[in-house]
Design a protein around this ligand. Structure first.
Ligand SMILES: [Zn+2]
Length: 361
């Protein structure tokens, strides 16, 4: 059964329904998205300006539409001196990096490209995914993306070296899932409660005891795993303490996130091009196919179900459109995951995929 207003199924943790079949997240209007406005953001940026800095802000640029828009808006509309950095790994798709390079080149923006050494990202993913396929759990699923969290540290390092006061991130609050890493409180204040270090450590320990492959992967990739856990969010206590002179900002906490406007603006004002084959969300990462797979396997719903449901609640799409998108997404993932396995050279994973999880709704 799925909610009659959004598309969340009854199989996800923490969901309940009223007598009309409407879920608690709809009734709470999750995620209570109220952008604070450009003026507010500009005030913060202006007050933080520094002399002798390499730039006014450093933008995390994946090459996707949201971060490209952030970069251009900060430079063109806010008049900020911007630099960009892109984290690449073995699963980075060519066109997102191409888009990032093209736009930086076009606007003469200094572009830092960073990555982990010795295929650490691929190895970490591979280990945790194998652990997941033997003993599925949401902690292990989350850990397949732990290498990526190192990008927060890499970003802070650049900002520290260049004396840049702000790092600007482009996650949209409408991407937040009411389950998984961010736990929704349902309250007015502090809507999202992130797992603290103690809870996080507890979950990791539990996994260590439950599975053989999990601790093996953790120890074999100790630095990547540990740093990723400590730097899980740009606002992690570890990062704020280690880099007290650098402030993280989330562009879409201030500027209203409207996907159609974003695409229109960047296609009209820059050389950025819409990815051809797959849906644009997270199209910059081959590992995302696996992430979708794991959460479909666990909860019969993934980040995509949550993301589309948030968009329904915020009037950006209708429920019918969301279902069409969801089914298209499942079809793309079903094909994409095997393509990803091949291009990543992880052929041993082929037999571990149960493609029935991608059955259309
Ligand atoms: Zn709902």
């Amino acid at each position: 059964m799925r909610c009659t207003r959004c598309i969340l199924p009854d199989s996800i943790p923490g969901i309940s329904f009223d007598e009309k079949g409407v879920c608690n997240f709809c009734n709470d209007n999750f995620p209570n998205y109220n952008p604070k406005g450009d003026d507010f953001l500009q005030k913060i940026l202006r007050e933080g300006l520094r002399e002798n800095s390499g730039a006014d802000c450093l933008v995390g640029l994946s090459g996707g539409k949201d971060s490209t828009y952030t970069l251009l808006k900060l430079k063109e509309q806010f008049g900020m001196r911007v630099e960009a950095f892109t984290y690449i790994h073995e699963g980075t798709t060519g066109f997102s990096l191409e888009n990032a390079k093209k736009v930086c080149n076009q606007f003469s923006i200094k572009h830092h490209i960073v990555s982990l050494k010795n295929e650490a990202h691929l190895k970490t993913f591979h280990g945790y995914f194998k652990a997941f396929s033997k003993s599925p759990s949401s902690t292990t699923a989350g850990m397949t993306c732990v290498a990526c969290k190192n990008l927060h540290i890499l970003g802070y390092d650049i900002a520290a070296e260049r004396n840049i006061p702000f790092i600007v991130w482009s996650t949209s609050p409408l991407e937040y899932s009411p389950f998984l890493a961010l736990k929704y409180n349902g309250g007015e204040k502090e809507q999202f409660k992130r797992e603290g270090n103690v809870k996080g450590a507890y979950l990791l320990l539990k996994e260590m005891v439950n599975s053989f492959d999990f601790p093996k992967t953790f120890l074999t990739n100790l630095k990547t795993s540990l740093n990723g856990c400590l730097a899980a969010f740009p606002t992690s206590g570890y990062l704020l303490k280690k880099y007290p002179d650098i402030s993280p900002l989330f562009f879409y906490e201030y500027h209203n996130w409207v996907p159609d406007d974003i695409i229109e603006y960047i296609t009209q004002n820059s050389d950025w091009r819409v990815p051809e084959e797959i849906d644009d969300w997270h199209s910059d990462c081959l590992f995302n196919f696996f992430k979708e797979y794991m959460f479909l396997h666990l909860y019969k719903a993934s980040y995509t179900d949550a993301f589309l449901s948030n968009q329904i609640r915020y009037g950006l799409i209708s429920r019918e459109e969301a279902i069409i998108k969801l089914n298209k997404n499942k079809k793309q993932n079903k094909e994409g995951i095997f393509r990803a396995i091949e291009s990543l050279g992880l052929n041993d994973l082929q037999k571990r995929i149960d493609s029935t999880v991608f059955t259309e709704y």
